[in-house]
Design a protein around this ligand. Sequence first.
Ligand code: AVJ
Ligand code: FE
Length: 441
Amino acid sequence: AALDDAAAFKERIAAELDEGRRRSLTYTDIDDDLLVRQHSALMSPLVWDLAHVGNYEELWVLRELAGADPTRPEIDTIYDAFAHPRKDRPNLPLLGPAEARTYIAGVRGRVLDVLEGLGEADLRGADPLRAGGFVFGLVLQHEHQHDETMLATLQLSGRPGLVRDGDLPPGRPGGAEEVFVPAGRFRAGAGADPWAYDNERPAHDADLPAFWIDRHPVTAGAYAAFVEDGGYAEPRWWSPRGWRWRAEQGVTAPLFWWREGHTWWRTRFGRAEPVPADEPVQHVSWYEADAYARWAGKRLPTEAEWEKACGWDPAAGRARAYPWGDAAPGPAHANLGHRASRPAPVGAFPAGASCYGAEQMIGDVWEWTGSWFLPYPGFRGFPYREYSEVFFGRAHRVLRGGSWATHPRAARASFRNWDLPNRRQIFAGFRCARPAPKEEA
Ligand code: AVJ
Ligand code: FE
């Protein structure tokens, strides 16, 4: 985000805030009944997400940055994600759909006033909330992330009518299945990006042995071969915890899949369709991804391996923001931002390849990695502990890259997402990796 012209910079932020809000309103432009109902114990009622993004904006822009008093102090605890687990949210005295829309529109109006009042000195200054427009990047990416969460809720709801049949480029069959990443140091984490999250910092050197990584995410067709080979009946492919989870839950295929004769079917936003074999598999848990990798004779990449294969430019000796360079994602690079309601077939984005030849690392499906969500050495929580810090530890696994539903603003080589290993409602798939044998390294 270039800062040479503060007025143009602020105008761009305002336009992006507006675009994000229109997306949130599109997803919530449905019957009140569907907005207030809880579609799954794993998710909030959609009307909670809607008011929550406005409340978050009020907290960070109006109160923290501009020092304003709360507009409705009584609602803060309702929309505090840490005060109430998702399963309890339908029982809270939530703002109704109309009230929620009025509330967030009111906050937004005042947020734009605060943005307008921001001077070039603020944007270039030392105050970390103002520098580079950080707080606006925070609330903007926050709304984008909740938009993706709302889409996951809508998929769970089975409500039809949300499928977008946007045109995605065709796949490219053939070509090498894996790409080679030679041994050596690379720089992990966010560099100069002022909108990167605390968990992407500090950037640091990491030295990795040589490895191979899949050129593409694992396809639904390849995954179906694992299922048909009896993968879900064979404990040796699973971690002990994964096997227990599989048995307890009675899981036999990815979420939303079923079989008729020799054909796998799935529902996509309430619409039944055969599973496209050349599309990256999605709606698998970390446990399933881990089991598939073992069956395939491989393992999941660590997040460092994933990031090196995605963004490292070995010739220049620097990390790129995206596999293809530092240019913002365009339609030929990646499948992001809900242009269609699905991942693109593998091979669809040759222009999005990384220096090592890995494709579709950004967009299509979030990719499970073998890593726990842990702080980088020297981590400092900012601007609040509850964004990342409270999630660090051996409970959450890291996902990388972003899905078809992820807004391009919230996807980059250094972006770290995380979730529990049993979660399948998110738009997550994976690719595999393996260490290079000695003679190749
Ligand atoms: C980074 C996607 C795990 O949705 O829980 C939203 C993002 N943080 N509101 C989540 C987030 C606060 C977060 N994830
Ligand atoms: Fe949130």
